[in-house]
Design a protein around this ligand. Structure first.
Ligand code: APR
Length: 248
């Protein structure tokens, strides 16, 4: 990625940042790129598994056809993630949670790095790679405690097959997650969109809801996205470089 000049934070944004009460932050894969997590599309290197593009192996169709293969793919990714640490962008957002009266953190990421940085009550729109869910009783389990003797782990409560508690392509978001985020978007006065290509819906509609409800919309991304023209400010840079500037 070419060297990117760190953008200047405007006086307007500094004032709004100092006075904001209700802040909403939406993050995508880019916020974890500096921790070593591959992004799906722009900027970082994209992901292919055993010759299959990520949106095939991570799909509802593959889950129905070959559950062991889907577990193998998520176990591989969990293995990669286990060694990775939050970066200054995650740390800045966790710190903001102590600064603002109300900060809502909504993420499309399944990597758990926001929580590892200390963020609480994270709305995980696409689930978490650290959890499994039962097909039968829907109970959730810690993926780190699962046994893969037969390739498919079973539920500790009912013995049913478990699946990754991640939203796969072709699936609906977890009940209530989007609604909770959309409600906060309607009442926030400052909305940050950090490290997302803003092409996957309904997640990408959250900043649109915030903007049309009158929030000041700020994008942080080294590249322009379809959302950039709607934003009040676009800070073109890496999240780990840009976010700490707001606290200075
Ligand atoms: N800081 C900020 N942004 C970055 C950085 C960085 N260091 N590095 C890359 N980016 C930006 C890229 O320019 C790109 O716009 O992050 C964005 C990553 O986009 P995607 O890979 O499309 O990830 P995301 O928007 O989170 O994808 C949405 O799609 O594949 C599904 O379920 C998956 O949650 C994911 C969803």
């Amino acid at each position: 990625m070419p060297l990117i000049d760190t953008p200047v934070i405007s006086e307007e944004l500094r004032e709004r940042f100092a006075q904001a009460n209700n802040v909403l932050v939406l993050t995508g894969a880019g916020v974890s790129a500096e921790s070593g997590v591959p992004t799906f599309r722009g900027g970082g290197n994209t992901t292919v598994w055993k010759g299959m593009p990520f949106d095939v192996i991570s799909s509802a169709g593959m889950l129905a056809r070959d559950l062991p293969a889907v577990w193998e793919w998520f176990n591989y990714r969990r293995g990669l993630l286990a060694a990775l640490k939050p970066n200054p962008a995650h740390d800045a957002i966790a710190h903001w949670q102590t600064q603002f009266k109300n900060l809502t953190l909504v993420t499309q990421n399944i990597d758990g790095l926001h929580q590892a940085a200390g963020s609480r009550n994270v709305i995980e729109l696409h689930g978490s790679i650290w959890r499994a869910r039962c097909f039968e009783c829907s109970s959730r389990h810690d993926a780190r405690e699962l046994k893969f003797d037969t390739g498919v782990p079973v539920c500790f409560d009912c013995g049913g097959n478990l699946r990754p508690d991640v939203v796969l392509f072709g699936e609906m978001l977890p009940a209530g997650a989007f609604e909770a985020a959309a409600m906060k978007a309607q009442t926030c006065d400052l909305c940050f969109v950090i490290g997302t290509s803003a092409v996957v819906y309904p997640a990408a509609s959250i900043p649109e809801i915030a903007r049309s409800a009158g929030a000041y919309l700020v994008e942080v991304n080294p590249e322009l996205t379809p959302l950039s023209e709607l934003c009040d400010e676009v800070l073109m840079g890496k999240a780990g470089d840009v976010l700490p500037l707001l606290d200075q």
